[in-house]
Design a protein around this ligand. Structure first.
Ligand SMILES: C[S@@+](CC[C@H](N)C(=O)[O-])C[C@H]1O[C@@H](n2cnc3c(N)ncnc32)[C@H](O)[C@@H]1O
Length: 251
């Protein structure tokens, strides 16, 4: 059984670069899906742990985060996810944490949700921002060559090759469309099967997924720009290969 403990520690450097060095000290920070709080490792003394909240579906990760960072705030969010929290509650709203946040971050969280769930959760998170607050969250663009920002990967690494495998297994017009530059929007991969632009019934909150099944979503940068008018959509910074979408409280 997967432990769902993340070892990533590059989140601070990633968001610091893409948000252009915001004033972290004194800012109230919500790390949505922050897991064990790897963000705090990279942050060093630039973030006061008492100003950091991590909201996550994985209890074991929160327990580890609390042990490592006893002054920070780790809060369980018992929302359903076939992969991360198969016994959770469907459509559970984001809890009110009793404060507004200056910076809300989510690294590799909406890479595991349907478009409908991402739109709903981002809207709820945005309502938790302070007046000048900003939310930044990552997404995975299927057409991005990950070797461009992760030199450890061979050139051409990315999800686009997945479309080619799928086409080889059995050609389909949807996958063909996703593979063509001017038709790319979004898709979901569930246990290695690809679904292009699936309907709302494919949202995890509305379907019965197998416990522990993997559920990954891919949105092109152009499509994210159309989903979130006014957003700044930026390419990845090394060594990460996820794009970033940045929104203010009001655009
Ligand atoms: C791939 S991990 C990334 C963890 C961490 N952000 C990092 O960069 O290492 C995804 C995390 O998001 C959490 N998660 C998934 N769906 C979520 C949701 N709807 N609300 C809050 N957390 C969620 C999972 O429990 C998991 O800890």
């Amino acid at each position: 059984m997967a432990t769902h403990i993340s070892e990533r520690q590059t989140q601070f450097s990633y968001f610091d670069q893409l948000l252009r060095g915001p004033v972290w000290n004194g800012s109230k920070i919500l790390d949505f899906g922050g897991n064990v709080g790897g963000f705090l490792v990279g942050a060093g003394d630039q973030v006061d742990h008492e100003d950091y909240w991590c909201l996550d579906l994985t209890q074991a990760a929160l327990d580890q985060g609390r042990r490592n960072f006893p002054r920070a705030n780790f809060v369980f969010y018992n929302r359903y996810s076939s992969y991360f929290n198969p016994n959770g509650v469907r459509n559970l709203p984001v809890p009110n944490l009793g404060l507004n946040f200056d910076i809300i971050l989510a690294f590799s969280v909406f890479t595991h949700t349907h478009r409908k769930e991402m739109l709903e959760l981002v809207e709820q998170l945005r309502s938790m921002l302070a007046a000048q607050g900003v939310i930044a969250f990552t997404f995975s663009d299927p057409s991005y060559d990950r070797s461009l920002s992760d030199p450890a990967l061979p050139p051409g690494t990315g999800v686009i090759s997945m479309f080619e495998w799928e086409q080889a297994k059995g050609p389909s017009p949807e996958i063909e469309g996703m593979a063509q530059t001017n038709h790319r929007t979004w898709c979901v991969e569930v246990d290695e099967k690809l679904y292009v632009e699936p309907g709302d019934e494919f949202c995890q909150q509305e379907r019965w997924g197998k416990p522990e099944e993997s559920y990954c979503s891919y949105f092109t940068a152009d499509y994210m720009t159309s989903l979130f008018p006014g957003a700044t959509v930026l390419p990845p910074v090394s060594p990460e290969w996820q794009h970033c979408c940045i929104l203010k409280k009001t655009e």
